[in-house]
Write a protein that binds this ligand. Structure first.
Ligand code: ATP
Ligand code: MG
Length: 469
């Protein structure tokens, strides 16, 4: 082996973020903060309070709520066995049974055996990173007895979700959602409309471009099963002209065929029976009332009978919002009604409706349409020279920061030319020049970088001057 090859081998491994995950960096994070701040503000005006949820939950919770046959649960969740808690309990029990000698015997001599024994007793819990948050919100509603609170309970959340999907533009394995849920005793159509109005208000505030709202009703336990059977029967008649995905879905989830984007299937799907013609009386009335309530709020929508959602728990009102600049992953928000989900998780009879916004896509769309704020440079770069000026510079930085200005104070003395170059690179608006002259005379020099003009200001005037400019 020659020397070069040996050196190469010694090179430490360089790590990279796992496929489908990414770092969000400044200045982009400023946009994320603005989006989240706007959500806090807008949702508060609608009377929603923030809930912060665990990142992982028992796998069963998602299996039950989202549905075992869905893509999410069947293949996209990050699931692992978590014996930690029981492991400790087990050791403690062994300690009691065996006395102190037993402790070292168990933990030191044969940790593998211990692990195996715990596994055999199935004292392990399967947990999953959350692929969505509605299940957790319902779990929390039940766990904290929120049905005792004034109804409905209105909650919102934001944070990362995890799905093992094929990464592409607008689709990640760790992505971020901002969502809201209304839980309580009523399924009044005005609730559906107000939740939708809230998302639209939020998007409006952000000046999101090309926003399109589509709505549909997918019926309830009463009328949907009959429709699904009819759909399945019709799909079987045309099975041979469908692609493999749709063929499979005829059995597993015929509604999802309606969602197909395959070009050759479009003409066939257009001829299929439509759920709107098969809603029961209650569902049809509810849907009509939701539309009236949306009109009342001047919320513009388009009806799309093919809009179905990938999660099992939805019923009646479903909606999706798209925005521009996103290519084929253009849905920025999905939502709908899920009466019965709380009950399914062991809670009291409860109605529910909510939505989840894909924050990554929302940000992408804002960036594509130029609505993203440009990176903010520093307000003031302090170019100090000479040991005499150090204390003055530190004091100036403290006062300016207290007044809310963004200040860069170089940690070591720089030559004047280098300082100005740095100030320029950082996009500073002003350079405050503090040399021996300035410190002795008390008249500081403030340079405006845009036009190169300079002026003298006293320490007392500095902040007032900057605020005026
Ligand atoms: P899609 O059809 O795009 O896969 P979905 O129906 O799986 O979306 P929901 O589970 O309803 O989406 O989640 C709501 C929103 O979260 C979506 O409209 C989208 O904006 C966003 N979202 C879902 N999955 C991802 C992902 N893997 N990466 C980024 N955003 C996502
Ligand atoms: Mg999906």
């Amino acid at each position: 082996m020659n020397e070069g090859a040996a050196k190469k081998e010694e090179k430490p491994r360089r790590f990279q973020a796992i496929r489908g995950t990414r770092d969000l960096l400044p200045p982009e994070t400023a946009l994320w903060n603005r989006v989240e701040q706007t959500a806090h503000e807008v949702f508060a005006t609608f009377g929603f309070g923030e809930i912060r949820l665990p990142i992982f939950e028992p796998t069963d919770l998602f299996a039950r709520a989202v549905g075992g046959d869905t893509d999410i649960v069947s293949k996209e969740m990050y699931t692992f066995a978590d014996p930690a808690e029981n492991y400790l309990e087990y050791i403690q029990r062994q300690l009691r049974e065996l006395g102190h000698e037993g402790y070292s015997k168990f933990t030191n001599e044969n940790p593998e055996k211990l692990r195996q024994e715990i596994h055999d007793r199935s004292e392990v819990m399967l947990v999953s990173l959350r692929p969505e948050a509605t299940a957790s919100v319902c779990r929390a509603y039940i766990e904290h007895g929120m049905q005792q609170l004034p109804q409905p309970v209105k909650l919102y959340y934001m944070g990362p979700m995890f799905r093992r999907e094929r990464p592409q533009k607008g689709r990640y394995r760790q992505f971020y959602q901002i969502g809201a849920e209304v839980l309580g005793g009523s399924d009044a159509p005005a609730i559906d409309a107000e939740v939708i109005e809230m998302v639209m208000t939020f998007f409006d505030q952000l000046e999101l471009q090309g926003v399109q709202l589509e709505i549909n009703s997918i019926g309830d336990r009463n009328c949907r099963p009959k429709y699904v059977e009819l759909l399945r029967a019709e799909l079987l008649k045309v099975k041979d002209s469908l692609g493999p995905d749709s063929q499979r879905r005829i059995e597993t989830n015929p509604l999802r065929v309606l969602d197909s984007k395959v070009k050759e299937e479009q003409a066939i799907i257009e001829k299929l029976p439509r759920i709107g013609d098969h809603l029961c009386k209650e569902c049809a009335e509810h849907y009509a009332a939701v539309k009236r309530e949306l009109d009342l709020r001047a919320v513009k929508y388009r009806e799309n009978w093919r809009l179905v959602r990938g999660l099992d728990y939805y019923m009646r009102t479903t909606f999706e919002i798209t925005a521009q600049g996103l290519g084929s992953q253009d849905a920025v928000c999905g939502g709908g009604r899920y009466d019965g989900l709380v009950e399914l998780l062991g809670g009291p009879p409860t109605k529910g409706i909510g939505f989840a916004i894909g924050e990554d896509r929302l940000i992408l769309s804002l960036q594509e349409s130029g609505k993203a704020p440009v990176a903010q440079g520093r307000d003031v770069y302090i170019a100090w020279m000479g040991e005499n000026a150090r204390a003055t510079a530190v004091r100036a930085a403290r006062e300016l920061r207290k007044a809310g200005f963004s200040v860069e104070l170089p940690p070591v003395e720089q030559k004047f030319g280098k300082a100005l170059g740095q100030a320029d690179k950082l996009g500073a608006k002003y350079t405050l020049i503090l040399g021996d002259n300035e410190v002795t005379s008390g008249e500081w020099t403030l340079k405006t970088l845009a036009d190169g003009t300079q002026r003298k200001v006293s320490e007392q005037q500095l902040i007032a001057e900057l605020k005026k400019m």
